[in-house]
Design a protein around this ligand. Structure first.
Ligand code: CA
Length: 520
C-alpha cells in the first residue's frame, strides 16, 4: 500500500508544482472556465498587469484605478434568493500574503468599493466587494423587495465571505490562512452584524463609525433635520444658514475648545462640553451676529439626545463641532434627511411617497418594530465572536456630521454590560478620533489618516502603529493588541497624533504634546 500511496502523493505534488509554475496570467485565464460557485455566474475574469484604469459596471462609478498591484479580477453575479442577487468582484494579487479581506458598503447604497479593492491588494490581501444587493446610492430598490433588504441588512457580507474564500482556494490552491473584514458607516454596521450573526466568517474585523442601532439612528436624523426646518427648508423659522451655524461653531469653541488643554479649534471630547447656545440669542431683531429664539431652540434640540415619550434614550446627540464639517447639510441643511426618507418609504412603509411634515416618534417606532432586514444591528451579545478568538477594532470621529460618535461609546457600554465585563480589551477596542469627520478627514490637514481606507492615501504610514488594518493583522496573527493608533495628516507626514481607546484613556494636551491619559 505504501508504494502506490507514495506514487499518488508524488503525482499530486507534481501536479501542484505544475499549477504553481503557470504564470498568473494563465492561472487567471483558466478561472473563467474552471471556477464553479453555487448560484453564481462568473461574468468576466481579467488579468490586470499593472497600474491602469478599468471600466466598471453599475451606476456608482464609471471607472476604477488599479494603482498598486498586478492582479486577477473576477466579476460575478450570485443569486441570494430567487428575487435578489449580488454583483461583485474579487481582486487576487500576484503577490499574496495568504490573507482574505471582505469589504463593506456605504449609506443606503449598493456600490462595489473599488477604492478599497485597490488599497487591499496593495497590502497583498485577496479581497472581495459586492454591491450589497442593489445598484446605486438610493434605497429605491428596497421597494416591494424584502429579499433585497435582507441582503442589505445581513446577507451580502456573509455571502461574500463564503464566495471569497472559495475563489481564493481555487485561484491560489489553498485556503486563506486568516480572513478579515473592513468597512465604515454602513460598512461598520455590516462588520458588527457579521460578528453578531456569523462569528466564524472573519478572524478580524475593522468596523469604523458603525451605523448601528440603524432604525433609531435614521429616526434621530429625521427628527434632527425636522428640528432645523425640514421639510420647509429655509422658509422655516428654525432654519439656520451656513453663516448662522458658523456663529454656533465659534460660540461652541469659545465654551469648550480649551477643555482638552489646548485651544486648537478641536473639541477632543465633545461629551465634556456642556454647550449652551443662549449667549447667541438676539436682544432685538435678527442680525448677522445673533440667533432668533426659534433658532436657539433648534440648536438645543440638535445637541440633545432623542428621547421617547417616557424620557428613555433613543439615540445620542449630534457631535458638538460636527456642524462645521462639509457634510453637515445632509442632516442640518433644511431638507428631510434623504437616507431616513428612503428607509421610511421603501423599506418600512413600502410606499413610493410620504409626507414628512409630521414625521414623529410613531414613525420611528414603526421602523423599530418592523426592523426591515434585521438591519437594527443593536445587540451586545458578541460572546460567540469572542469565544472563537475573533478580534474587532472600531473607531469613530468625534466630529462626525452623520453618525454621532457617542453611539460608539454607547455600543461599547452595551456590549460590556451584556457580557458582564467592564473591559472588552481582550477582543474589542474602540478608538475615538478627535477632529475627524465621517469615517475620514475632518479638520483640514488633521492627523486623521490611519489606514482606514475610504479614499486613496489614508495609509500614509504602513506599520501597525499607524495603520489600523495592519494593527488588526498583528492582533489576530501575533496576539499583539494595539493600545493606541497614531493618525497622520494627509498633507504633512510629520503631523501626527496619538488616538486613544475608550473607556480607558482620553486625549489631552500635556503642555507639549498630545497624550492618552488614563480616565479617572
Ligand atoms: Ca482643543
Amino acid at each position: 500500500m505504501l508504494l502506490p500511496l507514495r506514487g499518488a502523493l508524488a503525482a499530486l505534488v507534481a501536479s501542484e508544482k505544475r499549477d504553481d509554475l503557470l504564470s498568473p496570467q494563465s492561472r487567471c485565464a483558466a478561472l473563467q472556465t474552471t471556477l464553479k460557485l453555487a448560484n453564481t455566474q462568473i461574468l468576466n475574469v481579467t488579468y490586470i498587469p499593472g497600474p491602469t484604469t478599468v471600466s466598471t459596471p453599475g451606476s456608482c462609478v464609471s471607472s476604477a484605478a488599479v494603482n498598486n498591484a498586478p492582479l486577477c479580477r473576477v466579476q460575478f453575479v450570485t443569486n441570494t434568493t430567487s428575487t435578489s442577487a449580488l454583483h461583485g468582484e474579487a481582486w487576487l494579487p500576484d503577490v499574496w500574503y495568504g490573507r482574505f479581506l471582505g469589504l463593506g458598503n456605504a449609506q443606503v447604497g449598493g456600490c462595489v468599493d473599488y477604492t478599497n479593492l485597490d488599497y487591499a491588494t496593495s497590502l497583498h490581501f485577496a479581497v472581495i466587494s459586492t454591491d450589497n444587493g442593489h445598484d446605486g446610492l438610493t434605497g429605491l430598490p428596497f421597494l416591494n423587495h424584502p429579499e433585497v433588504i435582507n441582503d442589505f441588512g445581513f446577507r451580502s457580507v456573509h455571502t461574500e465571505a463564503i464566495l471569497g474564500k472559495q475563489i481564493v482556494q481555487k485561484y491560489y490552491s489553498r485556503a486563506p490562512a486568516k480572513s478579515y473584514y473592513m468597512g465604515c458607516s454602513t460598512g461598520g454596521r455590516q462588520g458588527i452584524q457579521e460578528a453578531l450573526k456569523y462569528p466564524n466568517d472573519f478572524d478580524g474585523i475593522v468596523a469604523g463609525s458603525p451605523a448601528t442601532d440603524w432604525n433609531n439612528l435614521l429616526g434621530w436624523a429625521g427628527m434632527v433635520s425636522k428640528a432645523v426646518g425640514a421639510p420647509a427648508g429655509a422658509a422655516s423659522p428654525s432654519f439656520l444658514t451656513t453663516a448662522d451655524w458658523a456663529l454656533v461653531t465659534a460660540e461652541a469653541l469659545k465654551q469648550c475648545d480649551g477643555l482638552d488643554g489646548l485651544v486648537d479649534g478641536i473639541i477632543n471630547e465633545p461629551n465634556d462640553c456642556k454647550f449652551d447656545p443662549t449667549p447667541l440669542l438676539c436682544a432685538g431683531d435678527k442680525t448677522a451676529t445673533c440667533l432668533t429664539a426659534a433658532q436657539v431652540t433648534a440648536v438645543k434640540n440638535v445637541f440633545s439626545p432623542l428621547r421617547d415619550s417616557n424620557g428613555a434614550l433613543m439615540y445620542p446627540q449630534y457631535d458638538i463641532g460636527a456642524q462645521a464639517d462639509g457634510l453637515y447639510s445632509l442632516i442640518l441643511g433644511g431638507n428631510f434627511f434623504s437616507f431616513t426618507a428612503d428607509w421610511t418609504r421603501y423599506a418600512v412603509k413600502n410606499v413610493t411617497s410620504f409626507d414628512f411634515t409630521n414625521y414623529s416618534l410613531a414613525d420611528i417606532k414603526q421602523s423599530i418594530q418592523i426592523n426591515p432586514g434585521s438591519t437594527a444591528t443593536w445587540n451586545g451579545d458578541l460572546s460567540a465572536f469572542r469565544r472563537r478568538g475573533g478580534k474587532l477594532l472600531t473607531f469613530h470621529g468625534r466630529r462626525d456630521p452623520l453618525i454621532p460618535s457617542s453611539n460608539s461609546k454607547r455600543m461599547y457600554d452595551m456590549i460590556a454590560k451584556t457580557l458582564k465585563t467592564p473591559s472588552l480589551d481582550d477582543f474589542y477596542r474602540l478608538f475615538l478620533i478627535p477632529g475627524m469627520g465621517h469615517c475620514t478627514r475632518g479638520i483640514d490637514g488633521g492627523p486623521t489618516a490611519f489606514g482606514q481606507g475610504q479614499f486613496p492615501g489614508t495609509n500614509r504610514v504602513n506599520d501597525t502603529q499607524h495603520n489600523i488594518l495592519l494593527a488588526l493583522v498583528d492582533w489576530v496573527e501575533k496576539g499583539k493588541a494595539p493600545n493606541t493608533i497614531t493618525g497622520t495628516s494627509l498633507t504633512d507626514l510629520t503631523m501626527q497624533k496619538v488616538h486613544c481607546r475608550y473607556p480607558i484613556e482620553k486625549s489631552v494636551w500635556d503642555g507639549s504634546q498630545w497624550v492618552c491619559k488614563k480616565c479617572a
